[in-house]
Design a protein around this ligand. Structure first.
Ligand code: C5P
Length: 237
């Protein structure tokens, strides 16, 4: 089986507070997604990378010129949620000849500090697995369950963090397993809202994805301060 990457890049990124999609915000002289894609292009095990854009995207070509000349594919099939964007991207991969047994590594456009070695560690850990798996980090902070009151928020309880991991990407599953899992999860609006990564859809159909230790730097640019943090990690002084 071959390995392909699928990068959902069709979000609006409101939490980042930069007045536009965060994947196009500059970090160290290049758009966030340009860093992400150049990391993936340095992984020799990947046959090609498909980027899923919003149908109304006007910025990708300007920020990542010439992407389609080097093992790069683009599809303007982004959906209303990340999971819909990924499912539409899987359909596009099928049309381009990717088979049910081939592996698809889904990676967030907004995780721009991914290193090729992280991807290779995931592939090495999962390529002989029945199910597949994901990069993740054990939780370092103590977890609080919050409740709102008149003045703001209060702690309702502390959640036991032992055995809890924070899911990252890439998440690596066979096309023929991930596609039906997402189709089923998205068919019911109530469960669809809980599908915030690929592994959650795989778990819903009864499988246990493998957890592979990731790296702290592989965080998802989400909040306003994350751009300068990413910049310092890319260009340490
Ligand atoms: O918003 P969030 O940080 O969870 O987005 C994770 C990734 O999914 C981002 O790369 C974003 O562009 C992508 N996404 C998408 N389609 C959506 C929502 C998010 O491709 N409708």
């Amino acid at each position: 089986p071959r390995c392909f990457a699928l990068v959902p890049c069709a979000g609006v990124g409101e939490r980042a507070g930069v007045g536009g999609p965060k994947q196009y915000h500059p970090v160290a002289g290049q758009a966030v997604v340009a860093h992400t894609l150049s990391s993936l292009q340095r992984v020799p095990e990947l046959e090609a990378t498909l980027v899923v854009l919003s149908p109304t995207d006007t910025q990708f070509e300007q920020h990542v010129p010439g992407f389609e000349s080097e093992r790069g594919w683009v599809a303007r099939v982004g959906g209303a949620t990340r999971a819909e964007s990924v499912l539409n991207g899987l359909n596009e991969l099928m049309e381009r000849g990717v088979g049910a047994h081939d592996w698809v590594l889904v990676h967030d456009a907004a995780r721009c500090l991914l290193q090729p070695a992280h991807v290779q560690a995931l592939i090495a850990a999962c390529e002989d697995d029945e199910v597949g798996g994901l990069l993740a980090l054990p939780l370092a902070d103590t977890l609080k369950d919050a409740v709102a009151d008149d003045a703001g928020l209060r702690v309702r309880a502390t959640v036991d963090r032992s055995g809890k991991w924070a899911a990252q990407t890439p998440q690596m599953f066979r096309l023929g397993l991930l596609r039906p899992a997402l189709l089923q999860a998205l068919s019911d609006p109530e469960t669809a809202a809980q599908i915030t990564d690929e592994a959650s859809a795989i778990e819903r159909i009864g499988h246990q994805p493998r957890l592979v230790p990731g790296a702290y730097e592989n965080f998802k640019v989400t909040w306003p301060g994350d751009f300068s943090l990413a910049e310092r990690l890319l260009h340490p002084r």
